[in-house]
Design a protein around this ligand. Structure first.
Ligand code: PHE
Ligand code: NA
Length: 491
């Protein structure tokens, strides 16, 4: 579970979301969302998954159906199964279409570190040149997908588990070394730029910025909590379905959260942003957008002894961390084909490969990254939270709070304090309803395109050209098609 949770979300997505949403303004709702959404929903998903597993199910649809039946007629309970199945399919498909690209970037940067390709160059320009270099992007993304396909097709999860046990601790060790290096950088470019300035940007609470953009920043923070903890995706449900009915979920869920949050807030937070503040300056750091981590870190490697090897090791570890997360969504789609239409695993794997390749192609071909950013905004900051809301509605409300509390504590290695129960029953769902409602309201008020325009120009720092508009429109059409497909599949 930790190998699955810890991924590019920690080292790529967290810093860029944090930098794009006002640093210290983002951290306030981030911690609130961690306690009031992250931990409760983690427990809910472990519990739901273990419960479904008892009846031989590994996907959300039947799990939701079974739990909703506690208080609804079978026909009505079916609706919740379909909604859950639809959302899980859409998230798995759309998330994969861009997440695998970022893993591909890590593969490329492993190679470019080894060859020293970016040494002595402007790292921002190097990154922009890389994403515009279609052939290389396709190569590294394609190779990554091929590895994923082979791993999933052979069902090598056992082998992966062995690797995770070596690579994850190694990732922590490397990250700690890098953090020490990053924070002792001083001001290598300009005297007023420093890594410590980056830390200040993150850790100084900024209520002013937060209040100006309350709903947007809060939803982005909640979305990041979901993304990084692999919540709202059906992934935790799926993994937990392999547990025995008396295996602990309470302490295990909390341990997953703790391991991931250390890697995110302490390690991920002390790398890309402080390094970008030292080498690129605050202005460029907060305007960098989705490329931030890949623009920032090479600066450290090119200025350290043995930087080529160290850099290659780091990006390889990142690649692996992304890989072990990606396997989950890939496997989920294959499992669906196996369970629902009894497709052979090998055939299912390559069918999913073709499907994900088609979905990922427009992302790979778009050098402005507007298409990718649009997908990441919708999936990462919206759909995950919607699925999380249904998690609570089904597993706590419809399954009934007392049943849920009892189920959560079966075989538990810890006892969850009683005051957490109202958080799970009332506060968490209310929190999500307010966030989603507020954002939907903003969206309607501002008009569909001005939200994207503000996002593209202010957050990503691009010009809002006709090309960008058409990319964003295409991304939305694809999202719509995938949702409809998901509903059909779930039905
Ligand atoms: N939690 C993962 C991360 O932080 C995100 C993820 C999970 C992506 C599962 C894909 C599949 O990177
Ligand atoms: Na994570």
């Amino acid at each position: 579970m930790a190998g699955n949770a810890i991924g590019l979300g920690n080292f790529w997505r967290f810093p860029y979301q944090l930098a794009s949403n006002g640093g210290g303004a983002f951290m306030i709702p981030y911690f609130i969302a961690l306690v009031f959404l992250g931990i409760p929903v983690m427990w809910i998903e472990w519990t739901t998954g273990r419960y479904g597993g008892k009846y031989g199910h590994g996907t959300i649809g039947p799990m939701f159906y079974l739990m909703a039946r506690e208080s609804l007629k079978p026909k009505t309970a079916l609706i919740f199964g379909i909604i859950g199945g639809m959302l899980a399919f859409s998230v798995a498909a759309l998330l994969s279409s861009y997440y695998y690209q970022i893993i591909g970037w890590s593969a490329a940067y492993t190679y470019y570190s080894l060859t020293g390709a970016y040494f002595g160059k402007d790292t921002v320009q190097f990154f922009l040149d890389y994403v515009a270099d279609t052939k290389s992007v396709l190569l590294f993304w394609g190779l990554t997908m091929l590895f994923l396909g082979i791993a999933v097709g052979q069902g090598v999860s056992k082998g992966i588990e062995r690797w995770v046990k070596v690579m994850m601790p190694l990732l922590y060790v490397f990250a700690i070394l890098l953090v020490i290096r990053a924070l002792t950088l001083g001001s290598p470019v300009k005297p007023e730029w420093s890594a410590i300035g980056g830390l200040e940007y993150i850790w100084k609470p900024d209520f002013q910025t937060l209040s100006e953009n309350f709903f947007k920043i809060s939803l982005a923070a909640a979305g990041q909590i979901f993304f990084t903890l692999s919540l709202g995706m059906g992934i935790i449900h799926n993994y937990a379905s392999y547990l025995g009915p008396e295996d602990d979920v309470a302490l295990s869920g909390l341990a997953t959260v703790s391991l991931n949050e250390f890697a995110e807030v302490i390690l991920g937070g002390s790398l890309a942003i402080p390094i970008a503040f030292a080498y690129m300056g605050p202005e460029a750091a907060t305007k960098a957008g989705v490329g931030l981590a890949y623009m920032a870190l090479p600066n450290v490697f090119m200025h350290m002894p043995g930087g080529q090897i160290f850099g290659a090791m780091w990006f390889l570890l990142l690649w692996f961390a992304g890989f072990t997360s990606a396997i989950a969504t890939y496997n989920y789609l294959v499992a669906m084909l196996e369970e629902d239409i009894h497709l052979d695993r090998k055939i299912g794997t390559w069918a999913v490969f073709g499907f994900l390749f088609l979905l990922g192609l427009p992302v790979a071909l778009d050098s402005t990254l507007a298409y990718l950013s649009e997908l990441d905004m919708w999936v990462g900051s919206y759909f995950l939270v919607v699925l999380g809301l249904f998690d609570v509605i089904v597993a706590v409300w419809l399954f009934k709070p007392d049943n849920f509390w009892e189920e959560l504590h079966k075989g538990a290695y810890m006892s969850i304090p009683g005051w957490f129960k109202p958080i799970m029953v009332y506060i968490a769902p209310l929190f999500m309803i307010v966030l989603l409602g507020g954002n939907t309201w903003n969206y309607i008020q501002m008009g569909a395109f001005s939200v994207s325009e503000a996002y593209v120009t202010e957050v990503l720092g691009y010009e809002y050209t006709p090309e960008v508009i058409s990319l964003i429109t295409r991304a939305r059409i694809v999202i719509l098609i995938i949702i409809i497909l998901g509903a059909l599949e779930a039905y």
